[in-house]
Unconditional design. Sequence first.
Length: 219
Amino acid sequence: MTKAEKVQFTIDTLKEIYPTIPIPLDHKDPYTLLIAVLMSAQSTDVRVNQITPLLFERADNPYDMVKLTVEEIREIIKPVGLSPMKAKGIHGLSEILIAKHNGEVPANFPDLEELPAVGHKTASVVMSQAFGIPAFPVDTHIHRLMYRWGFSNGKSVEQTEKDAKRLFPEELWNDLHLQIIWYGREYSPARGWNLEKDIITRTIGRKTVIDEYNKKKSR
């Protein structure tokens, strides 16, 4: 297969497996999505979806959020981990949204990335899922699969994002990044990986990756 054929095979397979694409984090608007994505750092979507209703019952907008203290936020979100940093970020970004953006989440990268605890990946998720603006947020699943498939060198998430944007059509980015995440979780995980289930890697994957898998399996 040529690189172009591999890319098209990946697109077609993901579309066949995930014709409709679930959104991993529960939210109702850009603000609640922003908070949920911030909370998901080094946590699981399942855990975040268990905790966000408790937080949003108290405050689901920046005006109510700033009425809570950082300590009150931290106590609510403690189960997701890194709660001191996340609570400070949630309170701080809520203050800035009120002061600089009339309480609204800005729909551009520079303003989003200026918010406390909001990095490029978080901003990319918000741009993509809240505003429908093409972005390609790279999480651990995408980083792993882009390497396994031979689409990126695996050296950094920044390079993986550049490679993904170069290889895949822009109009597909918002769907593809979610499809790859779900595929990584269900068919090509880091642990308990079964190449027989992983049709994309089995068909187009990097030879060194497949050889290493077979070596481990034979031990």
